[in-house]
Unconditional design. Sequence first.
Lengths: 185, 128
Amino acid sequence: MPLLSPQSLIITSRALAGVGLTPEEVRWDAKTLERATDAEGPPSWDARFIHVAGFWSHYNHKSRTSAWPFPTDLTTPELGMFGMHHNVLYQEPMAGDIFLQWNVRVKTFVHSGVVVDVEGAIRVFGRKPAFDLYTVEGDTNEFAQLRGGKCMRVQRRLSAELGDRFLRWEELRHEGARRLGDPRC
Amino acid sequence: MLTYVALPVRGEGIPVTGKEALAFGKAWPIFERSMKRFARICTKDLDKQDDLLQEVMLTLWNQDPTRWDFTIDAHILYMNKMLIHRMHDAWDKDKNFREKAEDIPGEVRMDARRAEAEAGRALRTTLA
């Protein structure tokens, strides 16, 4: 069974952010664009960045397959659904998790990225803790805004109190999660 | 025999790191004008207006502007509504507090202040 390695994902995504991946290099395919485009426009490519990093960090050149456990056309809200379905959404982060940022208006996850490091936790009595994170994410900018169009390393604070969740994909260790090679990646 | 040691190298031209905290500076100007206008409607007192604006700024900070796309009108409208409700609540609470304070007779208020001062003194003595 292929091993899933959060450390590999961290290294690959950090390298891709360092190189400065552009939206053209990680664009969604036409089917996903058609499926996921809504009133607020086409889907953000933040999840696509994660898939590219995940696919190549788990690529095996001998079998020409990748052990990346997600279908590579899942957008951020779909990643949330996938995590919920497989019971791997957590309220507290670990390095290598995929963070999912919640928006209270659209009532779905609107942004995602890779947690590189958990720098600290703020615990207030009677409330869920908030976490200071160092992340790597796509489609953001220097101000960590949505749809920023860049690939960045970001310092941000996320909290389950605001609905944020962390997808511990390392726990998806079952045969069905193994993916065949994706020619687009 | 030579020994090679790998030293960490500080790279040139490493891209900057994004910071979530900077997003507030980008988001506040979008709401500043309407919030100031609403604060002026709530009260004529300039200090009170500043207090109300502080409340609203805190709310915006706590809501984390990075999870909102303020290029979309619906997001701006929703946040604007949320901030105005927050300001209204703060103003209402302040108004109720002042009305209640005025209802209490002067002697009782003085007694309460005296009791508070005594409690403070007692605490300081205990700590000393």
